[in-house]
Design a protein around this ligand. Structure first.
Ligand SMILES: [Zn+2]
Ligand SMILES: [Zn+2]
Length: 154
């Protein structure tokens, strides 16, 4: 169980406030694979009437990512987002595509980018050990909105 692993890790590293860390981790477990910023987590907990300070939430997400429970993501918004590092349904490794219009973030199956990584290795003769690929664009909805606006302005 992920909470048991967290408790063990925190104890081993002599971190305090286990309960708070666990509450923060729980938000991610229950989010259904969302990519949340520390602010989102804080607002969610406040809405649920948890007594936890903003600083604790920020420190907790950072610690959880340092301990390997969360994966830190950066989509050029000037904030960090986080997601569970290990997902129950085996989709641990995936890349992201981000809509510049509405901010939607979709996950791209690793299989799709495998060829790309393979080609880069072939080209550069590097042995690639890690990568983080992001695609930016406009989702279907935002494309339609732009098309509609263009038609109205004609
Ligand atoms: Zn969009
Ligand atoms: Zn993701």
């Amino acid at each position: 169980m992920i909470y048991e692993a967290l408790r063990k890790e925190l104890r081993a590293k002599r971190h305090r406030m286990t309960a708070q860390r666990e509450i923060v981790l729980r938000v991610f477990v229950n989010s259904g694979g969302k990519h949340l910023g520390a602010e989102d987590v804080y607002r969610h907990l406040v809405a649920k009437k948890y007594k936890i300070s903003k600083a604790t939430v920020y420190r907790s997400v950072e610690l959880l990512s340092k301990l390997g429970f969360l994966r830190r993501l950066e989509f050029g918004e000037g904030i960090y987002r986080y997601e569970l590092a290990t997902q129950s349904d085996n989709k641990t490794l995936h890349q992201h595509i981000i809509c510049k219009g509405c901010g939607e973030i979709l996950e791209i199956d690793e299989k799709i980018v495998k060829d790309l990584v393979h080609n880069v290795m072939k080209r550069t003769k590097y042995k690639i050990t890690d990568y983080d690929i992001k695609f930016y664009g406009l989702c279907r909805k935002c494309q339609n909105k732009i098309n509609r606006n263009a038609q109205q302005n004609m």
